[in-house]
Design a protein around this ligand. Structure first.
Ligand SMILES: [Mg+2]
Length: 131
């Protein structure tokens, strides 16, 4: 199962172009979703080579250092054979900007972020049911 996961506001607090404090339980749940077979795709506006620097590489480095295994970043290589659409294909998208996504606002955070205590178990349930 392909799952697209946003970065700022979803995995870390919104501090772009810096990397904010970790969103509570995000890393724990990303590892659990990977364990249950999810192919995680980082789906972010971060990029390399722009005026802000290599903010995508910084995010990838952060996730690698936290032990999160990604399938891809900002693309799903498996869709090339059946579509030329630029939308990144996934069965599920986790994003603080997605309508309906449960949010929390931890003390000191710049903006509300994903509530992984709610999102994690629900997405894991979906992931397990599709194995
Ligand atoms: Mg976001």
């Amino acid at each position: 199962m392909y799952i697209c996961v946003d970065f700022d506001g979803t995995i870390v607090d919104h501090r772009f172009p810096e990397i904010g404090e970790p969103v509570p339980d995000a890393i724990k749940w990303l590892k659990r979703l990977h364990k249950c077979g999810a192919k995680l795709i980082l789906y972010t506006m971060r990029s390399d080579g722009g005026a802000m620097g290599n903010t995508l590489s910084a995010a990838l480095q952060y996730l690698a250092s936290e032990g999160v295994t990604l399938f891809a970043a900002n693309q799903n290589p498996s869709q090339r054979e059946w579509t030329s659409s630029p939308k990144v294909y996934a069965e599920l998208y986790i994003d603080d900007a997605a309508y309906g996504c449960p949010l929390i606002k931890p003390k000191g955070f710049a903006r509300p972020c994903v509530d992984w205590k709610k999102v994690g178990p629900q997405v894991e349930h979906i992931c397990l049911s599709r194995r």
